[in-house]
Design a protein around this ligand. Structure first.
Ligand code: ADP
Ligand code: ADP
Ligand code: MG
Length: 670
């Protein structure tokens, strides 16, 4: 076994690999860029080597720097994680030349599977069912139209070198192929440096189901069941689960056996994933093979009990696989949610900044439910625009699917993240979605169910009751604490005030307290808006971020944040500001003028998080509509911000090189 390995990655996956290595008694070396000096993976590893500036192209993607780091620290092997150098055959070859082992497949297998055209040819030869299509390189739009006609519409034009959900376009007609072909080629050239595209049948409303395989260097290969990843946004996975609610034993076995056949055909070793799309009739078609550890591998680990990273390390060290196919048992159900630093309410734009609060739910097993959170950040970490915006992978396991989903809902309710925008409200909404709960999925799920994007919603009647109860309960506990303060001049009588009005955002709800006590635990019987009384129980104390309690028959965990004159409540994907008012004050409150949001028409706001490249104007300058005001770089693109009318610049608040968050005021006008 190795004594020391290097992890050529960052973030959660670097931390994940370090955990298994440590468990096996292997020393670890992290690498880091300027942006990651204080990152969690650096702190976790036994040693760390600085490899350059923040952009990945100057650090994590530079093979020579990684190899140098191996040599200087004496690391015998490299785990590449996913992304970065994980599927670059030339990197494996360079390592090999230095006698360093790549913890992954051999370069030939990476090459064969890394190219979508090549891999489909291999798959066909190994008798794997592939998406009907044309496995040649298409040179002209004319040829593309002819081939698309033969394949049958709709078709997908795909970049052979594509990945990460990019480099694909659907064409429904001859015209769309004709118009889209050249663009598809030039996009492929720009994104992947390779303009080869091919055409395959577009399978309508498919499900994405993939098989995990594990193969050693002695010719043993097994499959560890499937993962379903149909919940995707723009072909990128958001929620994954294992097993799939759609597969029967027979289809599972057929897919598993074909995947093993393919792995054997390319003399695969290490962990790998064979991706399929599956149509309504459970016909399955090979998409591609990912020759690395997949982002969503934890759900497989949770239902099989196999540590995939440990197996990869053992296989790389030449050990024989000790698990036989008959030993693989799928136990229970696991769900994974990808937490992204992005704003679900603004078209999922990436969000950057410091994690002012980051408190994931406790990991481990309680009442038959396991919670696992794979993360690479901690409270105080900085989310930059240089890397993938994924901050954590939250997984839950339970004996069955419904329980695993409920556990995920609760775990999301408990997950506290402040300082950046994040997609927890969106993930919570998905967990509540009836179609997801029934398992009626397709890769169009998000597009079908959220055609106009994701918008904040208001609470329904039952949710209102829960929020009102929590708002009142926290207010009573807070008041009680104030009353007990020794410096208080006239202590309160201790009698519970019976009638309240709870203001949730702009709506007023009457509450009557029937009976109860606020001693710990608080126990109140309340009636909200004339509904039947319910019992409210909680041990919440001032300062707790989570209101853990029950309202009627419902157990809930609500996040509590102080806001002006009240509390902010977040739960179940909902966020409201709440105030508890005595009825007379509520009547007066209704007469208060409502504060209008600030007028931003005289400001230039930064439309997305980005870097100021240049400011084209000076203070006092007169500008005509259409002239450039500033240039901001975001997501590797330069965005020119122009005046939408004739203006006079009054104040400039930013300078070139500034890193701005969304809505930062770049300049103001007269
Ligand atoms: P698929 O390639 O089938 O979409 P995954 O969802 O596992 O499979 O990964 C998506 C892709 O996004 C990966 O191939 C990887 O290249 C890229 N990626 C995801 N996360 C990161 C990360 N933290 N760093 C670099 N690349 C990443
Ligand atoms: P990537 O390398 O970017 O992961 P894939 O070939 O794995 O590319 O495809 C990613 C996703 O795109 C799939 O999960 C599926 O949702 C969709 N997709 C790809 N090919 C097809 C197809 N022929 N028909 C329908 N959907 C497809
Ligand atoms: Mg894929």
């Amino acid at each position: 076994m190795f004594k020391k390995i290097l992890i050529a990655n960052r973030g959660e996956i670097a931390c994940r690999v370090i955990k298994s290595a440590r468990k096996m008694g292997i020393a670890t070396v992290a690498v880091y860029s300027d942006a990651d000096r204080d990152a969690m993976h650096v702190a976790m590893a036994d040693e760390a080597v600085h490899i350059g500036p923040a952009p990945a192209s100057e650090s994590y993607l530079v093979a020579d720097k990684i190899i140098e780091a191996c040599v200087s620290t004496g690391a015998e092997a490299v785990h590449p994680g996913y992304g970065f150098l994980s599927e670059r055959a030339s990197f494996c070859r360079d390592l090999e030349k230095k006698g360093i082992i790549f913890i992954g497949p051999k370069p030939r297998a990476i090459e064969a599977m890394g190219d979508k055209i090549e891999s489909k040819r291999f798959a066909k030869e190994a008798n794997v069912s592939t998406v009907p299509g044309y496995l040649g390189i298409i040179e002209s739009a004319k040829e593309a139209v002819k081939i698309a006609g033969e394949v049958g519409y709709p078709v997908m034009i795909k970049a052979s070198a594509g990945g990460g959900g990019k480099g694909m376009r659907i064409a429904w007609s001859e015209k769309e192929v004709k118009d889209g072909f050249d663009r598809a080629r030039s996009e492929a050239k720009n994104s992947f440096g390779d303009d080869r595209v091919f055409i395959e049948k577009f399978i309508e409303e498919p499900r994405h189901i993939e098989i995990q395989v594990l193969a050693d260097s002695h010719g043993h290969c097994i499959y560890l069941g499937e993962r379903e990843c149909s919940i995707q946004r723009r072909n990128q996975k958001v929620i994954e689960e294992a097993p799939s609610p759609f597969l029967d034993q027979e289809t599972r076995r057929a897919m598993g056996e074909q995947s093993v056949a393919l792995a054997k055909a390319v003399e695969y070793q290490s962990a790998g994933t064979v991706e399929f799309i599956v149509d309504k009739d459970r016909n399955f078609y090979f998409l591609e093979m990912n020759t690395r550890l997949q982002v969503e591998h934890p759900v497989t680990e949770l239902i099989t009990g196999v540590d995939l990273v440990e197996q990869m390390i053992r296989i790389a060290a030449g050990e024989k696989l000790k698990i036989a196919q008959k030993d693989v048992k799928l136990n229970g159900w696991a769900v994974e949610s990808r937490l992204y630093a992005e704003d679900p309410y603004r078209g999922f734009l990436p969000s950057i900044g410091r994690l002012k609060r980051y408190r994931p739910p406790a990991e481990g097993v309680t009442d038959d439910v396991r919670v696992r959170n794979d993360t690479g950040v901690a409270e105080g970490s900085e989310i930059t625009m240089f890397y993938d915006p994924m901050i954590a992978k939250l997984c839950t396991w339970a004996p069955d699917r419904a329980q695993a989903i409920d556990a995920m809902s609760t775990a999301l309710d408990r997950f506290v993240v402040d300082g950046i925008e994040h997609n927890i409200p969106f993930l919570s909404a998905l967990m509540q979605h009836p179609r997801w709960r029934e398992g009626r999925l397709s890769t169009n799920f998000i597009a079908d169910e959220y055609p106009d994007g994701f918008a904040p919603r208001g609470p329904d009647e039952n949710e209102t009751e829960v929020l009102v109860a929590a708002a009142l309960a926290t207010e009573l506990v807070r008041k009680d604490r104030l009353d007990r303060h020794s410096d208080r001049l006239s202590p309160h009588s201790g009698k519970l005030q019976r009638n309240w009005v709870i203001k949730l955002d702009d709506d007023y709800h009457d509450v009557a307290v029937k009976s109860g006590t606020i001693a710990k635990p608080l126990e109140l019987e309340i009636a909200v808006s004339g509904r039947a009384p319910v019992l409210v129980i909680s041990e919440w104390q001032c300062g707790d971020m989570l209101w853990d309690g029950s309202v009627g028959a419902r157990d809930v965990v609500i996040q509590i944040r102080p806001v002006l004159n009240g509390v902010g409540l977040s739960w179940n994907g909902l966020s409201v500001a709440a105030r508890a008012l005595p009825p007379r004050i509520a009547d007066l409150d209704k007469l208060m003028p409502v504060k209008q949001p600030p007028d931003t028409s005289k400001m230039l706001l930064c439309p997305m998080p980005g870097l100021v490249v240049s400011i084209a104007v000076t203070e006092g300058q007169e500008i005509k509509a259409g002239e450039t005001l500033a240039v901001v770089e975001a997501m590797k693109m330069e965005n020119i911000l122009r005046a939408d009318r004739d203006l006079v610049v009054s104040v400039i608040n930013a300078k070139p090189g500034d890193s701005l968050s969304v809505d930062a005021v770049i300049m103001e006008f007269e």
